[in-house]
Design a protein around this ligand. Sequence first.
Ligand code: 1CP
Length: 345
Amino acid sequence: MTNKLQNDLLIRAAFSQQTERPPVWMMRQAGRFMKEYWEIKNKYSFLEMCKTPEIAADVTMLPVDLLGVDAAILFSDILVTPEAMGGILSFEDGVGPRFANPVRDRAGAEALQTDVLPKLQYVADAIKVIQQRLQGRIPLIGFAGAPFTVLSYLVEGGSSKDFKRTKLLLNNEPELAHLLLQKITDVTIAYLNMQIAAGVNAVQLFDSWAMALSWDDYQHFAHQYNTEIIAKIDRKDIPVISFCKGSSVFAPLMAEANPDVVSVDWNADLRQLKDRLPQGVAVQGNLDPFVLYADKRVIKTKITELFERMRGQPGFIFNLGHGIMPDIPFDHVKYAVEVVREFRY
Ligand code: 1CP
């Protein structure tokens, strides 16, 4: 698949090969900041969009056609795996994700199923439709949530500001936490391998809320499982990108888990961070997404500063430190992509 890509900048940068400019894509590029997204979203629920391959493909293609990014990312969500395991999931406007049956005890943990690939077949189907549409123009990134982040939604029953119940579980009932994390890990490995078999060209593991953890807890409850997932992915020529909020602190541990790329939040000096990682580990990031609210001249200056810092470094993918916010003006996002595309090392 990969060697047939017309634009393989992302793959080459992920494998720390020289590129003529950094590749660009943005987390949450297929989302609410686009009026074309709303035209679809107004007709279907979010889960209907995820579960209907033609619609998931339509949304995946929006930023490809409208922004000119160097990679597409599958339109789906990290919470489709816990849903398949038995979580009763809904997405309400203005509220975000909700599990009606949060997992808080051993019976709840034991009830979760792990043999769930048949229920996720719609994702494999969507990948095939997207690849037909992409025709090898750019790579398609598949993804999954990392076990700790997925666990937090199952335990809290939705989004959380402080992860109080999750941390209570880790502290008071670590064996139960490990039982849950291992079940999520097993599903995640099978799920990412299903995506690879269906044709994705790269995969990203999202540990969005790892920054809530102490160094020791990150090792016990996140790193160990992320390492197992990365070791058991059928990688072939598929680069693996590891993302977390908190990477400014955890990057050295993230690199130990052996991904091809560490995706970095905006707190870190990307060059200094990269210099501390082992040779051959690429970095992705790390513009503060709030910069995209600012005037275009500021957007250009901040991107140029980042590129000057990374000049001469093979193994750099431009992205944001976290996802695009829904109210960022579309033309600012488009402009940022243009600035990257015009840059030459
Ligand atoms: O109402 C709507 O329009 C739905 C909004 C939406 C969208 C567009 C959600 C609900 N998820 C998504 C798509 C999505 N989610 C993608 C698609 C590809 C892309 O364009 O990037 C991806 C990769 C995700 C992954 C995801 N979902 C993460 C990890 C990435 C990150 O931002 O940290 C997380 C944490 C979620 C959970 C989630 N999904 C949606 C919401 C509102 C949330 C909650 C976020 C929170 O708890 O604050």
